[in-house]
Design a protein. Structure first.
Length: 150
């Protein structure tokens, strides 16, 4: 019986033609979600070992992770990042702020939830969500990308 990690690597290779590349954008968070995202790279979760890595450019990304409520100052930058991503593209809203606007909601300074600015495929609630929940959201995005291989 093949291990889960090997099956996951095979699935990523089949659907994305190689590794899954993720671009992260902090749209105005408190950095709680970022700490949990960084934990995904530690030896315990080992996202890199599964063929999933973070990239600096949206032009190289398959998936966009967005944290925080979208501040008015980040609205255009987030839209441009989304537009720069090649098809097929997946968007994951992270944390209560990314999913619902959190305690900030919508105001003169905040657009609120990520889906108010760009389309969202997966929402991972929590304040902040655990690394396990983040990994589940990323893997859900992979499984939802059925037939979208490059």
């Amino acid at each position: 019986m093949r291990c889960t990690a090997q099956r996951l690597q095979d699935e990523i290779l089949r659907r994305f033609g190689g590794a899954l590349a993720i671009r992260h954008v902090d749209a105005g968070s408190c950095n709680g979600c970022e700490l949990e995202i960084h934990a995904l790279s530690n030896p315990y979760y080992n996202l890199e070992g599964l063929g999933i890595h973070f990239v600096a450019s949206p032009r190289h990304a398959d998936m966009l992770l967005v944290t925080g409520p979208v501040s008015r100052h980040m609205e255009t930058a987030l839209q441009r990042t989304y537009a720069a991503m090649p098809e097929p593209k997946l968007v994951v809203a992270i944390g209560d702020c990314g999913c619902t606007g959190g305690v900030f909601g919508e105001s003169y300074a905040s657009c609120g939830r990520v889906s108010n600015v760009i389309p969202v495929d997966i929402a991972v609630p929590g304040c902040p969500p655990s690394p396990s929940a983040l990994m589940q959201g990323i893997l859900t995005g992979i499984s939802n990308a059925q037939g979208l291989a490059k």
